[in-house]
Write a new protein. Sequence first.
Length: 457
Amino acid sequence: MNTLVLISCCICFLLNNARVSTAFAPTSKLSRFQVFPGEIRYAGESRLWTSKEAVNGDILISGLDKDSTSANINEVTANNGYPSSADTQQPQLMTEPSQQLSQEDEEAKPSFPLVLWRFTRPHTLIGSALAIPSIFLLAAPTYNSFFTLRTMVALVYAAVPSLLMNLYITGLNQITDVEIDKINKPYLPIAKGDLKKSTAIGVVLAAVLVSLLMSVCNPVFSTSGLQVALWGSFVLGTVYSLPPFRLKRHPLLAAFCIVAVRGTIINAGEFHVAWFHEMPFLFVLLTEQILNIRTGFYSHALSAAFSATKEAAAGVGVLHCLLNDWKCAFSSLFFGVFGIVIALMKDVPDARGDRIFDIKSFTVRIGQKRVFRTMKNLLVALFGVSGGALMKWATMTPTLGATTRRGLAGLGCLLAGYLMHKEAKGVNPEDSGEVYDYYMQLWKLFYLSYLALPLVK
């Protein structure tokens, strides 16, 4: 019943949100400056910088260079948002060139499939697409048992709703963060104006409904592990972005949600100190999902693909896998810590927009340098410890094949940690562009880690 209430509230919010007009949406019909609190906007797409001439600090001027407009800011603001007579004589401020630029922008607008692909946040989608086959291969009793028709069907049945749920979570976050994204990520489809908010709402609603329906409609492949993974992701992804919860405003809760949905398990002790007495029910709910989501796909693989009988499949529960299967526990712990690094590193280049919109991320609270360096050190430690552990396990393995695989995986971990440490030395934590490039390198390492995961079998 509580889940149905949550779904109803989510749908109502999205439908109401579709009717809300966005005051800052770009429009090709503006033929003058339009002054809003703290910013000046001209027709077309916007560029952001800080200037002392601005009334409240931020100037957004579409299609114009900073140098050619900064001298006229005082005249514009003093004239109620309209350019002076001298300004109107300049070609770049006249109505006709603006309309021509808008027409060119309209003609250059990308196709809907390309916009939809960008809307999915491809780097997260690729991560999910690589994770599920790797987990199946890790759970397989032998490598040969992975390449069977039953396994392929179970894998596809898990991958399709999981990718749709990924689309729902990332799309919902973009829908609720349009104004923030205009500062932090102006290239995203909604913030840039390539995708209407109403269309985006329709896409995410269709994605989540199909995903949840697939989790319950098949008597064989709709396993308890798949249901835990999908419904847990739905709950956490919703409360992360939507009011009144909007857990992204709180750094501990935000990191907690991202780590869980990315498929991990973490120790919740520090979280308990900060939030347990304030929201005990929510803490218990999130803790349970943290323990379950990552192991959900592992449990689903064992139940749907690698169990000989229905009785055996029924006995493969989520917590059973976590507590009794060292492979599941190792991968959960490894990707749990990796998820923490990604979750907190994500906020470092977004500090400016988060600060303006009162999103109390760790970066806003303690600074970009401290968060960047702490997460870099945590990442290096993770790969160093994991590499050492795998090398040790390699020497304890009785078969040559397993020794070779784990040894290679261990060497790969040590090399990855060294390279990420070396690359971080050239990154300025207060340069959003440099930090974002480093952040995307983390995702590439995330992909490689999942590709290498079956080597630890």
